[in-house]
Write a protein that binds this ligand. Structure first.
Ligand code: ADP
Ligand code: MG
Length: 252
C-alpha cells in the first residue's frame, strides 16, 4: 500500500507516571485510510499511547498532530469535533435505554446543531431507520428492544461500536474491540471493522494476533514503552526483536 499523508502523527511522545516511563520517545504516523494496529506484550504502553493519541492523557513531553495541526494541547471534545472519535467505553452506553435508543442518542448527538430539526417527526423516523440499520450492521438487529444492561459483554461491545459509528468518525479509535468476545463475535466484529475501515482511518489496540494479521495494513509493536518494530504483519512477525518480546507466551 502506498504511503499516504499521516492523519495522526506523534513526535518524541513521552509519558511518565511518577518516575516510571510508560511511553518513551515514541514517533508514530497513522496514514490516511489505513487500519493501523498497536500491539505488544502486557505493560508495553499500548493503552497509554492510545490514551495520549486520543487526548485522554497528557504527554510529559512530545507533540501530537492531527492532519498537520498540533493538537497536543487541545481538549478531547474539540478533537472529537475535528473528526477524531474514540470508541465510547461501555460505561457511557446508557444501561436503561434499549440498544436502539442508545444508537439514536448518538445519531442525535451528531446532529445536535440542527436541534429543532431533529425534533420533527420526519427526522425522528429517519433516526429510527438509521439506528436500525446500524444495529443490523453490528449484528444486533434482534436485540434492538433489549436494554443495554441486559446484553452480553460481546453484544455490549458491538453496541458501543454502533454508537461510535453513528457519529460517522473520520478516524476510528478502538482500544481492544474484541476484548471479552467469543469466537463468533470476534469474526463478526472483525468483518465489521474491515467494512467500516473502508474510506476511514482506524487505529486499534488489539491482543488477538489473528485479528491483527487479518485486518491491519500496518502494525506498530511496542515493548517497555518503545517502538521496536513497524510494518506489515509479515514484516513485524518475522522481526527477531518482536519474536523475543512475545516469547514465553506474553501475548496478553
Ligand atoms: N495511571 C498510571 N499510573 C501508574 N502507572 C501506570 C498508569 N497507567 C499505566 N501505567 C503503567 O505503565 C505501563 C504501561 O501500561 P499500559 O499502557 O496500560 O500497557 P499495555 O496497554 O500495553 O498493557 C505499565 O507498567 C503500567 O503499570
Ligand atoms: Mg492495555
Amino acid at each position: 500500500m502506498p504511503e499516504t499523508a499521516p492523519v495522526i502523527e506523534a513526535r518524541n511522545l513521552t509519558r511518565s507516571f511518577g518516575g516510571f516511563v510508560a511511553v518513551n520517545n515514541v514517533d508514530i504516523k497513522i496514514s490516511a485510510g489505513t487500519i493501523h494496529a498497536l500491539i505488544g506484550p502486557n505493560g508495553a504502553g499500548k493503552s497509554t499511547l492510545f490514551n495520549l493519541l486520543t487526548k485522554f492523557l497528557s504527554p510529559s513531553s512530545g507533540q501530537i498532530f492531527f492532519k498537520n495541526r498540533d493538537i497536543t494541547r487541545m481538549a478531547p471534545a474539540d478533537i472529537a469535533r475535528l473528526g477524531l472519535v474514540r470508541s465510547f467505553q461501555i460505561s457511557s452506553v446508557f444501561p436503561h435505554l434499549s440498544a436502539h435508543e442508545n444508537v439514536r442518542v448518538s445519531l442525535q448527538a451528531r446532529e445536535r446543531e440542527t436541534f429543532s430539526f431533529w425534533k420533527s417527526d420526519r427526522c425522528l423516523k429517519r433516526f429510527n431507520d438509521e439506528a436500525s440499520a446500524l444495529l443490523d450492521s453490528v449484528g444486533l438487529a434482534d436485540k434492538a428492544r433489549s436494554k443495554a444492561s441486559e446484553l452480553s459483554y460481546g453484544r455490549k461491545r458491538a453496541l458501543e461500536l454502533a454508537t461510535t459509528l453513528a457519529l460517522q468518525p473520520e478516524v476510528l479509535l478502538l482500544d481492544e474491540p474484541m476484548a471479552g468476545m467469543g469466537t463468533e463475535d470476534i469474526g463478526r466484529t472483525a468483518a465489521l471493522i474491515r467494512r467500516v475501515g473502508e474510506g476511514r482511518t482506524v487505529l486499534m489496540v488489539e491482543h488477538n494476533l489473528g485479528v491483527v494479521a487479518d485486518l491491519s495494513d500496518r502494525i506498530t509493536v511496542l515493548r517497555r514503552g518503545e517502538v521496536i518494530a513497524e510494518g506489515s504483519y509479515v514484516e513485524v512477525s518475522s522481526n527477531s526483536e518482536v519474536r523475543k518480546a512475545y516469547m514465553g507466551g506474553a501475548h496478553a
